[in-house]
Design a protein around this ligand. Sequence first.
Ligand code: SF4
Length: 91
Amino acid sequence: MDTVVGMSDNYVIPEPEPKEIDEKTSMELRHLAANAVLLGKPSGAEKCENCRYYLEPTADLSYCWHPKLRILVGSSWWCQWWDAIPTSANE
Ligand code: SF4
C-alpha cells in the first residue's frame, strides 16, 4: 500500500525575516565600519580600488586585507586607512 505524505492546501510559506545572528552580525559590521570611517563612496581620488589593501584591483567587489577590517568592500568605497599602492621605487 502506498503512503502519500502531502502538505495541506492551506500551508503558507513564511516570509523570510532576519534572525538573531543577522542582527548580531549587522551590529558588529556597523561598529567595524564606524571605527574605520568606512564610506560607500570615494574620498576625492582615494578609493578602495587604488588602495594597497584591496586584494583584486580590477574587481567591483573585493576583499580588504587591512588587519582592522578583513571584509568585502566595493571598489569605489573608502576608509580612513586608505594607503597608496607602493610603486617598485618605494616598496
Ligand atoms: S583599507 Fe580602507 S580604503 Fe583600503 S581597501 Fe580597505 S576599506 Fe578600502
